[in-house]
Design a protein around this ligand. Structure first.
Ligand SMILES: Cc1cc2nc3c(=O)[nH]c(=O)nc-3n(C[C@H](O)[C@H](O)[C@H](O)COP(=O)(O)O)c2cc1C
Length: 193
């Protein structure tokens, strides 16, 4: 089995984000399971809200080019998304949209996504942990040819299990994230061939 290269990022750039906290727990688990993980902070890739006029005027912004290059090097993704009004975050949608665009006529369609896989996580203070948002994210990703791992994980009552230092302190949730991430790394490794 190949040790997969994974790119990981949170759909929230909020200070103290619960999603970033659980993402970091998954990244640690993935690294321990042998994956090579590129943990991105989307604050380092500030992008305008997608507008085709911007693209027509000057192609992809530099931050989108850099982000897309990192995606292209990866075999798969680990994503954690907040749920806003039952959908995944606009930051995530904007990021995915920019990186779905080709930079030249001879570039393969959806070069940053096609044939890759994704693990989806969410966290919320609410009772469902943001799970509803992951279903719409799943559909989007499948439509851009990403195989979404069947099992997803949503940490409910996140404010009770994530400490002030943005770390997941709860042993049961930590174990669930670890187990799921290990299974996903194994899956991603097989897919990467
Ligand atoms: C505009 C908005 C809409 C929200 N809608 C939901 C929702 O539908 N379901 C939910 O569980 N939490 C909802 N929340 C609460 C978020 O889950 C909460 O702010 C969470 O901390 C965001 O994730 P983060 O900690 O990673 O930034 C909403 C928050 C905002 C700002």
């Amino acid at each position: 089995m190949t040790q997969p290269k994974l790119v990981a990022f949170s759909g929230s750039t909020r200070q103290g984000s619960y999603n970033t906290a659980i993402l970091k727990a998954a990244v640690n688990a993935a690294s321990e399971a042998g994956a090579e993980v590129d943990l991105l902070d989307l604050r380092d890739f500030e992008l305008p809200l997608f507008n085709q006029d911007i693209e027509a005027g000057g192609g992809l912004p530099e931050a989108a080019r850099q982000l897309k290059a990192r995606f292209r090097r990866a075999d798969g993704f680990i994503l954690a998304s907040p749920e806003y009004n039952s959908a995944f975050s606009p930051l995530l949608k904007n990021t995915i949209d920019w990186c779905s665009r080709a930079e030249s006529d001879d570039e393969a369609p959806l070069a940053a996504y096609a044939g890759k896989c994704a693990l989806l996580l969410s966290a919320s203070p609410g009772a469902l942990g943001g799970l509803r948002g992951l279903y719409s994210l799943r559909i989007l990703l499948q439509n851009i040819q990403v195989t979404v791992y069947p099992e997803m994980l949503s940490v409910r009552s996140a404010h009770q299990v994530i400490g002030a230092d943005d770390n997941l302190t709860d042993a049961q949730w930590s174990a669930k994230i670890k187990n799921l991430t290990e299974a996903y790394v194994s899956f991603a490794g097989k897919l990467a061939g």
